[in-house]
Each structure stands twice: as structure tokens, then as C-alpha cells.
Design a protein around this ligand. Structure first.
Ligand code: NAD
Ligand code: TYD
Length: 351
């Protein structure tokens, strides 16, 4: 069957890479990118696919039931890959309700439409929900998150994602909707909005602005190149077990300060600056409240069951990422003008 896949949040960071992969890899599918174009949504991310005959864009809000119903009626959607979300922990600390609306209520809205529209035969359709490893909480020095680790969210962001994951599982158990959830570690790569660590620091190094490291800088994250996440989503969508969950990660843990120093070194080389110049921009600032100490994914199941593993090393991915930002200065200029300046002032000045 020729699928008509609704990808929500397709104008965002990860969503745009997933849309590109599906549009290029599956010419027989129709890919409908539904996005509300919030501050994080940017159609410039998809310039290279916008004229492809199997691609459609719809500006719509997952909180508006009638807009979703219209899209289902027009395109006879067969499957959903759901990425639309509020995604930044620091924003969730300032405005938790925005995260409740989009991440929880928006997801339940989508589940309700799918349940209604696909009721004739649930076995022909898949609702694939993209989630995060942050739902599992914070690790100590050792151990990994597996698919059976108990949920223990500690930020408004992760609490909202955990809640949406629970609703997805509940719709599978209660209504037999075919669902899959995947929980991925921190992504980095091209088209990442400069509010998250990697793109914010690349931007600040270019501009020779302070690099605000939270707390003692010894917090640890497990980094995965965004294109490898998109490849994992492709594998899971086509071969994953309905009702199941998959953890996605790169077995690639870095303490923030070590990552920042590597970034500084690579950028000094690429920008022709003196060795050590960018490191001088490192500034320790007030910590994030409730800051999770360590995330680390055990990605054994997806490797054994689906044969997926990362295709690039961290150094390769980071180098490609920096090159992308250096050759796409206009993209960076567009997203850092206007509202971004207010955001930066309120989050970082006098922190
Ligand atoms: P992002 O913030 O870059 O993009 C989110 C997209 O959703 C934007 O295009 C935005 O316009 C859209 N959106 C927001 N609210 C909407 C609404 N009400 N209706 C329709 N569209 C709306 O996020 P991202 O980093 O690409 O993350 C995508 C998904 O992956 C999220 O669900 C996130 O929780 C998950 N995730 C992210 C990471 C990461 O490291 N970034 C890791 C694991 C999982
Ligand atoms: P972030 O990119 O916001 O991802 P998440 O909080 O979802 O893991 O942050 C990654 C790590 O970097 C996290 O430990 C917080 C830290 N951080 C800073 O030290 N300074 C910053 O300006 C930002 C945005 C993050």
C-alpha cells in the first residue's frame, strides 16, 4: 500500500531530517508535514525538498481538532510519526503550561483522531510517537536507561513527555491502536535551534560571546547525530514491533565541559583562530534548577532487533555540524534576529 504519512513537527530540528529522509527514500509515499511554525519551526530547513512531488506542507496546530480533521479528510492519512512538541527544558521551567498543552493535550488530540479515523482496521495503521530519554530521570555515575527502566521525570519538559508516552501506551492497551514509542538521547546536528547547548555554543563562539556553562559543567549527556536518529526512526517505523518501545542512543557520553572544550578546539582550527582562544570564552553561570546529572542510553535492543547503530563518530558528526553552521550563516542570522534576542536576554543576561 502506498502510505500517506503525517509527520508532525516536520519543520523543526529532528522533524526536518526525518521528512527529508522519507521524501527522498520513499518516492511512493506521500509525506505530509504538519507544523504550527512556532519559534522552533522553520521552513528554510526543508528548501531542498519543498518542490518534490511526494511532499506536502500544512500549517496547522495539533491543539486544534478541526485542523487535524481537515488534514485527515484531505489526505486519508495512513500513519503518523509524531514529533511536534515544545522541546527545551529551560523554557519548560519558565512556562510549564505551554508544555502541558502541546506535549500532552496535543498528543491526545492526535491519538483521538487516529482512533476515530482508523477504527475500521487498526492493523493497517501505525501511530509512532517520538520521545526522549529524559522521561527516565537522572542517573548516578554508573548504569544505563533500558526499555524497562521506570519513568522518573524531573523537569516540566520530561514530565510532559512522560505523560504523552503513557497516553500512547494506554491507547494501545485500551483501544488496540497500533503504536510505537522511541526514547532517544540528546541529538546534535545541522538545523538545530541555538537555544540548546551545541548550536548555542557554536553561535557564541562565532560571535566571540561568553559560553555559559551551567553549574560545575560536570553534567553528562549521551550525544547522537541527528541523521542517525532519523535513520533509526526509519528502521523502527518499518520494522518495529507495534506496542513496543525502543531506546536510541550512541553509547557516546560526554561531560558538558569536555564537549565544550572539544567544540572550542575544532572551531579554533576551522576559524583559523589561535589554539585556546575560544576556551577563554567559557563562563560558569548559575545552574539550571533540578538539573539532571547524567543520561545514558542502553541501545542494545534496537541493535539486536533491527540492526541499527550510529553511522558516524562524534568527532565526524560534530565537525560536519560546525561546517554546516559556518556555511549557513544566513540561516543562523534569520533565527537569531527578533524574538531570539529577547529570549537570550531573559535567560542569560544576569544569570
Ligand atoms: P524542535 O523544538 O526543534 O521542533 C518542534 C517542532 O514542533 C517545531 O517545528 C514546531 O513548530 C512544532 N510544533 C510545536 N508546537 C506545535 C503545535 N502545537 N502544533 C504543530 N506543531 C508544533 O524539537 P526537536 O528537537 O526537533 O524535537 C522533536 C521531537 O523529538 C520532540 O518530540 C522531542 O521531545 C523529541 N526529542 C528531541 C531530542 C533532542 O535532542 N532534540 C531528543 C530526543 C527526543
Ligand atoms: P540542552 O541542550 O538544553 O539539552 P537537555 O537539557 O535536554 O539535555 O542541554 C545539554 C546540557 O548542557 C545540559 O546539561 C544543560 C547544559 N547547558 C549549559 O551548560 N549551558 C547552556 O546554555 C545550555 C543551553 C545547556
Amino acid at each position: 500500500m502506498s502510505k500517506k504519512i503525517l509527520i508532525t513537527g516536520g519543520a523543526g530540528f529532528i522533524g526536518s531530517h526525518v521528512v527529508r529522509l522519507f521524501v527522498n527514500q520513499y518516492p511512493d509515499y506521500t509525506i505530509i508535514n504538519l507544523d504550527a511554525l512556532t519559534y522552533a519551526g522553520n521552513l528554510e530547513n526543508l528548501k531542498d525538498v519543498e518542490s518534490k512531488s511526494n511532499y506536502r506542507f500544512v500549517k496547522a496546530d495539533i491543539l486544534k481538532t478541526e485542523e487535524l480533521e481537515r488534514v485527515f479528510a484531505e489526505y486519508a492519512i495512513t500513519d503518523i510519526i509524531h514529533l511536534a512538541a515544545e522541546s527545551h527544558v529551560d523554557r519548560s521551567i519558565v512556562s510549564p503550561l505551554d508544555f502541558v498543552y502541546t506535549n500532552i493535550i496535543g498528543t491526545v488530540n492526535l491519538l483521538n483522531i487516529a482512533r476515530k479515523q482508523w477504527a475500521l482496521d487498526y492493523s493497517k495503521h501505525l501511530f509512532y510517537h517520538i520521545s526522549t530519554d529524559e522521561v527516565f530521570g537522572s542517573l548516578g555515575e554508573t548504569g544505563f536507561f533500558t526499555e524497562t527502566t521506570a519513568y522518573d521525570p524531573r523537569s516540566p519538559y520530561s514530565a510532559s513527555k512522560a505523560s504523552s508516552d503513557h497516553f500512547v501506551r494506554a491507547y494501545h492497551e485500551t483501544y488496540r491502536l497500533q503504536t510505537i514509542v522511541s526514547n532517544c538521547s540528546n541529538n546534535y546536528g545541522p538545523n538545530h535551534f541555538p537555544e540548546k547547548l551545541v548550536p548555542l555554543f557554536i553561535h557564541n563562539i562565532i560571535e566571540k560571546k561568553p559560553l555559559p556553562v551551567y553549574g560545575d559543567g560536570l553534567y553528562t549527556r549521551d550525544w547522537l547525530y541527528v541523521k542517525d536518529h532519523a535513520r533509526a526512526i526509519d528502521q523502527i517505523f518499518h520494522k518495529g514491533q507495534p506496542g513496543g518501545t525502543y531506546n536510541i542512543g550512541g553509547f557516546n557520553e560526554w561531560r558538558n565541559i569536555d564537549l565544550v572544550k572539544l567544540l572550542c578546539k575544532l572551531m579554533d582550527e576551522k576559524l583559523g583562530r589561535q589554539s585556546g582562544e575560544s576556551e577563554e570564552l567559557i563562563t560558569y553561570v548559575k545552574d539550571r534548577p533540578g538539573h539532571d546529572r547524567r543520561y545514558a542510553i542502553d541501545a542494545t535492543k534496537i541493535k539486536q532487533e533491527l540492526g541499527w547503530e550510529p553511522s558516524v563518530t562524534f568527532e565526524e558528526g560534530l565537525s560536519e555540524t560546525i561546517d554546516w553552521y559556518l556555511t549557513n550563516k544566513e540561516w543562523l542570522q534569520h533565527v537569531t534576529s527578533g524574538a531570539y534576542q529577547h529570549y537570550y536576554q531573559s535567560m542569560y543576561v544576569n544569570r
